[in-house]
Design a protein around this ligand. Structure first.
Ligand SMILES: [Mg+2]
Ligand SMILES: [Zn+2]
Length: 187
């Protein structure tokens, strides 16, 4: 099976820093058609989200279920199924001691993608990571996926490096899906 790994904030949903109010979550423009296109090509859909707000004490881990339920609900209304929601609650500079440490899941580390692949039998080389910053790209590349950067202004540092080059770049999620759909299968 192949997958699309989606960053959450700024990629799948409109950016709301540290906001954990599920009712305010909105899918980005064009998310429905984009993900229906990819789903129709047999890609499974996963969210892989850094949620350092937990480590910073902005909200608790108990906010994650309502958030993923809301996402599943919004996607269901678009005739879409979310196959998994993975999040990293950690941050090395956090203030909540349980979560204030380095980890292997926080992007740019690939841990969430590797775990999803293991749990859902995903072929990473046939899969894509879509995100709006280069940390997403690096996580996808390190996991062995192809990567697509949505260049929507959220990446501001442009710290480049050999693992931080995306396979493709698109202005938004809809164009990202069109590029992936036209990219063909790996040989
Ligand atoms: Mg993002
Ligand atoms: Zn983590």
């Amino acid at each position: 099976m192949k997958a699309i790994f989606l960053d959450n904030d700024g990629t799948l949903v409109d950016d709301m820093p540290f906001a954990a109010e599920p009712r305010r979550i909105r899918l980005v423009n064009g998310a429905g058609p984009a993900l229906r296109l990819l789903s129709g090509l047999d890609y499974r859909l996963f969210v892989v989200a850094n949620q350092s707000g937990i480590a910073h004490g902005c909200f608790g881990e108990d906010a994650m279920t309502p958030m993923s339920d809301r996402l599943r609900d919004l996607l269901f209304r678009e005739q879409l199924t979310l196959d998994g929601f993975y999040y990293c609650p950690h941050h090395p500079l956090g203030t909540v001691s349980n979560y204030a440490h380095a980890c292997t899941c926080r992007k740019p580390s690939p841990g969430m993608l590797l775990r999803a692949a293991h749990e859902h039998d995903i072929d990473l080389r046939a899969s894509w990571m879509i995100g709006d910053i280069l940390h997403d790209v690096e996580a996808g590349n390190r996991a062995g996926c192809r990567t697509l950067l949505i260049d929507n202004g959220n990446e501001t540092e442009w710290r480049l490096g050999p693992r931080r080059l995306p396979t493709r770049i698109a202005p938004d999620l809809y164009h990202a899906a069109m590029l992936i759909a036209g990219h063909g299968d790996p040989c």
